[in-house]
Design a protein around this ligand. Structure first.
Ligand SMILES: *Cc1c(COP(=O)(O)O)cnc(C)c1O
Length: 374
């Protein structure tokens, strides 16, 4: 049989994985966005529980960094963000539109709906003209917002906005991760045409990828999500964003396997030489996507340790071949961090999806950010 060691030496280690969320890194990313777009205000998209990192901690952290405008997808997320602000002033916009059934909730938490079609616009005029709002123009993504006909009708009837408290005009880029994509310029041109007609209303166009485009894309308020959380929004250039999240999981067992031995479910991995492997206490139940087993890796003391075999629900096996230092049960293996992009690629997905799937089972450890400047 294979050798194995059990955790007799390090009884202090908790045999559970933890998710380390670096709030100071999120603040550094916020400051980096501000440097990229010095003439704009930087807002923050905190939908989906701040991309899985925990809105109740991320929202006040960003407020400390100077953020005064937040965006969420759902009204319930907006309520959570409002609570997290604990009385600090900030505007919170709800992307998913104006739904009269939510009017009381919107008012109670002082949330501003983003108007996505003319029907919503007229309902708002009828039911709550005093409620601050944003208007979303779909300039080519064909996902959400006033399409070409709705936009034209509004431009033909600008008085529809009379008496409304429109705080932002917005649009969303479909291809901002690809600077040279021709749709970027086309969307910009269409958004500028709308903006010209309402020059006094602040405009918001750029998500994280848009922040990396030239200043014409920045307008008055940026709307980044991914970059704040350490993702890399542009596929074809470097960016200043630092990792904000990593997984640390303890080694449960170390073993040596021989050529011809296999590892894990389905026996899809077979060793072609004698090798040391370790079994780590994290798996797809924690959000370490099963698909990233093929090509994914963790790190021990900074050294890459490739994942071998299938990731299981609670366990992952890695190859220790590159590690010269001794490794024992209770030692930590880290995942994600600076490697989030290659791991997402190995799982054939994007950093966004990796982040929002990080599981609820983790012990979450928040490294503190800086308090607000006085
Ligand atoms: C999610 C979202 C964003 C943030 O995009 P990132 O690419 O994460 O920066 C901005 N605007 C809208 C409308 C969104 O849905």
């Amino acid at each position: 049989m294979n050798d194995s060691k059990t955790a007799t030496t390090d009884q202090a280690a908790q045999p559970a994985p933890r998710l380390i969320i670096d709030l100071a890194a999120i603040q550094r990313n916020y400051a980096a966005l501000q440097r990229l777009a010095p003439s704009a205000q930087v807002g923050a998209v905190v939908k989906a529980n701040a991309y899985g990192l925990g809105a109740s901690r991320v929202v006040p952290t960003l407020a400390d960094a100077g953020c005064r405008t937040f965006y969420v997808a759902h009204t319930a997320e907006g309520r959570e963000a409002r609570e997290a602000l604990a009385g600090r002033e900030a505007d919170i916009f709800v992307f998913n539109g104006f739904w009269p059934s939510e009017l009381d909730s919107l008012r109670e938490a002082r949330l501003f709906p983003v108007i996505n079609d003319l029907h919503q616009l007229h309902q708002l005029r009828e039911l709550a003209p005093d409620l601050p709002c944003a208007i979303h123009f779909d300039t080519g993504m064909n996902r959400l917002g006033l399409g070409p006909n709705g936009t034209q009708s509004l431009l033909d009837n600008p008085d529809w906005l009379a008496g409304l408290d429109v705080r932002q005009l917005m649009s969303h880029l479909a291809c901002s991760h690809e600077a040279a994509h021709p749709l970027n310029a086309r969307q910009l041109e269409r958004f500028c045409a709308v903006r010209e007609r309402f020059p006094d209303i602040p405009a918001s166009f750029a998500n994280s990828g848009g922040a990396m485009l030239d200043a014409r894309y920045h307008f008055d308020i940026l709307r980044p999500g991914l970059a704040l959380y350490g993702g890399h929004p542009a596929h074809d250039c470097d960016d200043p964003f630092v990792p904000a999240v990593r997984v640390e999981a303890p080694v449960l067992q170390v073993r040596t396997i021989k050529a011809g031995d296999c590892a894990g479910y389905g026996a899809i991995f077979t060793a072609d030489h004698e090798m040391r492997i370790v079994t780590v206490a994290t798996g797809y139940a924690d959000g370490l996507l099963r698909a990233c087993g093929d090509g994914g890796f963790g790190r021990i003391g900074g050294v890459k340790v490739p994942i071998i075999g299938r990731i299981s629900m609670d366990l992952t096996t890695v190859d220790l071949s590159a590690v010269t230092a001794p490794v024992a049960p209770g030692d930590w293996v880290s995942f994600l961090g600076e490697d989030i992009e290659p791991l997402a690629r190995a799982a054939q997905t994007i950093t966004y999806e990796f982040l929002v799937r990080l599981g609820l089972r983790f012990d979450r450890v928040y490294l503190p950010g800086a308090p607000a400047a006085q």
